[in-house]
Design a binder for this molecule. Sequence first.
Ligand SMILES: [Zn+2]
Ligand SMILES: [Zn+2]
Length: 137
Amino acid sequence: MPKRIRTHAPKRAPKDYRPPSWHERQAEAQRRRDNPSSWSAAYAKAREIRSGERWKNHRLMMLARFPMCQCNECKGERLPATCVHHIKPLAQYPELAYTDSNTVPLFECCHDRIHAEIKKGDRTGNQFSHFREETSE
Ligand SMILES: [Zn+2]
Ligand SMILES: [Zn+2]
């Protein structure tokens, strides 16, 4: 009989468990901010990219190249593009921040719809097969 592998922590907290104090939580948050491989560092980096000159220029360049929304429903023929979305999320893929095929011009409402789909778990990127064809070299 194969050994059962425990896939998650036991439900009950150990007897000596006590919730972390406010100071411990602050110290932990600070440690995470200082660690460049952590999430908050990744989000800080993403914020830095979004507020940078290079992103502003890339964004304007993409909007000039694709003045219409490139979502699969609009296909560049329905609504104006008003924002530029990172298909692979900026926080996880900062190296694709300025890659044409990863930065898709969208209409605001389409952008919202796509983020709602991502929240529901669609991370396939299939929403952009139209755009992928347009930008494949
Ligand atoms: Zn659209
Ligand atoms: Zn987005």
